[in-house]
Design a protein around this ligand. Sequence first.
Ligand SMILES: C[S@@+](CC[C@H](N)C(=O)[O-])C[C@H]1O[C@@H](n2cnc3c(N)ncnc32)[C@H](O)[C@@H]1O
Length: 204
Amino acid sequence: MIKTFSSRAGRLSPTNITFLEKNSPCVLKLGDVPKTKKPIVIDIGFGDAQSFSKDVMSNEGFCFLGIEPYKKGFARAVEFYETNKPDNLFLFNGDAREYIESIDFDIHFIRIHFPDPWPKKKHIKRRLISKQFLEFIHSKLKKGSKVEIITDSRVYQEHINELLETQRLFEIIDNFEISYEVSTFHTKGLKKGHSIERYVLLKN
Ligand SMILES: C[S@@+](CC[C@H](N)C(=O)[O-])C[C@H]1O[C@@H](n2cnc3c(N)ncnc32)[C@H](O)[C@@H]1O
């Protein structure tokens, strides 16, 4: 499987290490099922966990399953869980594609906010969103499930537009039930004057 994330570890502080090593009940392994009756939202690549944590708090009717390979961000999300003990948060440390492949329960929503753009031509294969990825999540989602993608990268927007024009798996709609705070990468995009595009896909 081609890697869609960079191998940056970020300098781990002693606090980060404590939470990474903690046997927290919110942490899932491959194949694990989150114990919840709420609709499940998978957040692919929540980054530093700052806005993600706020979204968990302000959308209590949904159960978030945050997936992030970046250890420092993951440690921060575990720290947030251990401090606040929300009953609507589970976490997986690794590649979202591997976790989603390993499970067989209903996913109601997938969010992908500011995926790594991999703007260079030689890196196109590293972009998470591809024809194969859309086919893969389509095969895993139930009818009525939704996917929200947000990006400030013009090349990624062009890439997504092309993919969406040639696919018949999802209907493009506007409404997505879960609110979100402006994230770190969203702020960076705004500071650079980038236009932000949001795509909501519905499995019919
Ligand atoms: C540009 S950052 C955006 C972070 C955050 N969503 C935000 O808006 O600030 C993209 C994140 O996606 C994560 N990522 C990339 N590929 C992934 C994958 N296959 N599964 C889960 N996370 C992934 C990266 O580690 C990175 O933290």
